[in-house]
Design a protein around this ligand. Structure first.
Ligand code: AMP
Length: 171
């Protein structure tokens, strides 16, 4: 994981003052690091009978799609409002400043689907919690949530205690 850590770039005060942004673009640009990250993300779940992977817009799409490909299952995009063209289920959630929403198509999940949730960063956990709620509202079963990066000081884990959590790199 040290190799992966060297491929994550810190950007101070982005997108706003006081945030230390973890930029994963150097990691996904490097073929060996990208392969390693995907292999490590799926490692605990190879025999978990995952039937679909869900990823949050936008960086969850990058990792989530590749994880789905490796597991041989489909990918479900969880999107910001107004992007999905068909009927949607929506959850609203609180951010540090303001609110946000995520949407999924109402037919994105089959009853009993066993879902692995993937995103790049677990920070406060609000996004992951909302994603899990959305999936459960559509009758999916969450097998686990997996992240490339976990910002442990923000205690995101404590928001999603109902599910196993897997993270590759902790700060
Ligand atoms: P949160 O809901 O606070 O756990 O935030 C998670 C979402 O915001 C993820 O989709 C991340 O992509 C993004 N995010 C939050 N904090 C950071 C950070 N410091 N660096 C990069 N992305 C972040």
């Amino acid at each position: 994981m040290i190799k992966l850590k060297t491929k994550i770039r810190d950007i101070a005060d982005f997108p706003q003052q006081g945030i230390l942004f973890k930029d994963i673009t150097p990691l996904v640009k490097d073929p060996a690091s990208l392969r390693l990250a995907i292999a490590e993300l799926i490692k605990p779940f190879k025999n978990s009978d995952i039937t679909a992977v869900a990823g949050m817009e936008a960086r969850g799409f990058i990792f989530g799609s590749l994880v789905a490909w490796e597991l041989g299952v489909g990918f479900i995009p969880l999107r910001k409002p107004g992007k999905l063209p068909y009927d949607v289920q929506r959850v609203d959630y609180d951010l540090e400043y303001g609110t946000a929403s995520l949407e999924a198509h109402i037919d994105a999940i089959e009853r009993g689907d066993r879902i692995l949730v993937i995103d790049d960063v677990l920070a406060t956990g609000g996004t992951a919690k909302a994603s899990c709620e959305l999936i459960e509202q559509l009758n999916g079963e969450i097998v686990a949530c997996a992240f490339v990066i976990e910002l442990t000081d923000l205690k995101g884990r404590e928001k999603i205690t109902n599910y196993p959590i897997h993270s590759l790199i902790q700060y």
